[in-house]
Ligand binder design. Structure first.
Ligand code: MN
Length: 263
């Protein structure tokens, strides 16, 4: 098959639903839960606002449109390397400079839903990733690794989704050795269903927030607040993840699509 025939076959298979498109994004709106940093540590990102300009009325008789107030790290979103101090110097590390071919790549999905249900602070370890590899094969270079927890099923309830108490948020994420191991595999990015790529208690790890610190230090990417990972196979999907091309952007709300075989 020539490359052109491959592209035509891809489009045909999507149209016939032989390849299924799974939406891994949540709906973005005023009730989208956002990370809540301790106010003594940092300023928080504002809630999403959608403001009407016109709706087929005196402000615009034939059209409807809105303007938005939106933090880069709102809802289902992409983390670029320059988001973190450890990745700040990468010339190709912002949303407008990342090579576009890096926005299409295969995904490995590690099912941690049972562990996360039993323990909100569950940390995925390198050993657990090696167990996954024994069942599904080695994690390939240039792939996404996505941590399935079914956390998205908590929906837009901030109480359930952030799951915070006086010690902060309790949500699953990666252990430091997990991220170190995945970087040895030269993965492209790490994704989570929780509000950010790190665990709710990830501040207490070494280094603090290893998915941010270590991944971005290596010019790798993050995806947060993913949905529907329970609809993906462990291997064999391809995900499409282009952030908005924001000037010097550190991240962007994003529509993440997965292509999977329907059979
Ligand atoms: Mn982020």
């Amino acid at each position: 098959m020539t490359t052109t025939q491959t592209l035509t076959a891809l489009a045909t298979a999507i149209a016939s639903e032989e390849i299924k498109v799974v939406d891994l994004s949540g709906t973005l709106g005023p009730d989208t839960p956002l990370i809540k940093l301790p106010p003594e540590v940092a300023i928080n990102t504002p809630q999403v606002e959608i403001h009407e300009i016109s709706k087929y009325d005196d402000n615009g008789p034939f059209w409807s449109w809105n303007w938005l107030k939106l933090g880069e790290h709102s809802g289902t979103h992409f983390d670029a390397p320059i988001h973190w101090i450890s990745g700040r110097d990468y010339a190709d590390g912002s949303t407008d400079t990342i090579p576009p071919q890096n926005f299409i790549a295969p995904a490995c999905v590690i099912d941690c839903s049972a562990e996360a249900q039993a323990d909100s602070d569950y940390l995925l370890t390198a050993d657990r990733v090696r167990e996954w590899e024994a069942d599904h094969g080695e994690i390939p270079a240039r792939s996404w690794v996505l941590m399935r927890t079914d956390w998205y099923k908590r929906g837009h309830s901030e109480e359930l989704f952030l799951n915070a108490d006086e010690n902060g948020s309790h949500a699953p994420g990666p252990a430091t050795d997990c991220i170190q191991y995945l970087l040895e595999k030269d993965i492209l990015g790490w994704g989570s269903e929780a509000v950010g790529t790190d665990a709710g208690q990830g501040f207490g790890l070494e280094p603090p927030l290893p998915a941010h610190h270590l991944m971005h230090e290596a010019n790798k990417y993050g995806l947060a607040s993913l949905c529907n990972l329970d609809q993906l196979p462990a291997t064999g999907s391809v995900i499409i993840t282009p952030p908005l091309k924001i000037l010097n952007g550190t991240g962007s709300p994003i529509r993440v699509l997965a292509l999977i075989s329907a059979s």
